[in-house]
Ligand binder design. Sequence first.
Ligand SMILES: Nc1ncnc2c1ncn2[C@@H]1O[C@H](COP(=O)(O)OP(=O)(O)OP(=O)(O)O)[C@@H](O)[C@H]1O
Ligand SMILES: [Mg+2]
Length: 258
Amino acid sequence: MTRYICVVSGKGGVGKTTSAISLAHAMGKHKKTLLVDANLSTPNVNTHLGAPILRKTLMSVLKDEASLKQAIYTHESGLRIVPTISTVHDLKRLKYEKLKEVIRDLEGEADIIIMDSGAGLTREAISAIEASNEVLIITNPELNAVLDAQKTIQVANEIGKTVLGVVINKVKESKHELKIDEVEKLLSIPVIGVIPYDKNVRKALKQKQPVTHSHPRTKASKSYEEIAGLLLGKRYFNSVNKKSRIIEDYTLNHLGLG
Ligand SMILES: Nc1ncnc2c1ncn2[C@@H]1O[C@H](COP(=O)(O)OP(=O)(O)OP(=O)(O)O)[C@@H](O)[C@H]1O
Ligand SMILES: [Mg+2]
């Protein structure tokens, strides 16, 4: 059965798109994976990965102008994507709830579908959560980002989605940042990965590549590979944080893989 994992945050700019792209690329080495840009109003996947000439996108599918399979593209890194391009006109008429219906057409097309989503808790962001089965929270080690993540977790729980855990991104290890255990206490879910603030992430963005593809040996890429492995139920013992064993067991059990 296909797994639908939505990457969400609450606060904008914390690294959802970067993480969705990197995790989808990293998972793609082990499983058939597809990245869907479910950030319908401000889609970013296409800007992160370069803009090929797109005949059909997720928006065409939502407008009944194409099938989802016609909107699948393969990026030069090997990552398969369903991009989105939207106009203000499209958004005025859009029925966001339709996303959860059309996305099921991808059943069997991939083992894992990673969905990038928009910031906030708008109807649009909630539709992306509704269209998934599992939710991965991205945050930064700052109180405002974590408090927004808290609300997102609450919504995901209320609509019965499995919350896989939280990834703390852009960690600089400064004394002003929240620590892993503080984030866990505030969110009541495990931190399953920590991505350092890494200038190579921005270099990869400039090159329009997943960082895991263009800069595979960097700290950020290694962290993404590790989280990807964890989400696929693989065992990693050299985790960036000492709690890896507990986190790993939590995740594996949660996914029925333990
Ligand atoms: N680990 C990191 N180290 C350095 N820069 C990063 C890291 N993660 C993300 N960035 C940068 O932060 C910026 C925002 O990232 P991204 O677009 O992934 O965030 P987002 O949560 O998807 O934003 P939005 O809410 O607008 O969709 C980008 O310029 C990206 O390159
Ligand atoms: Mg984004």
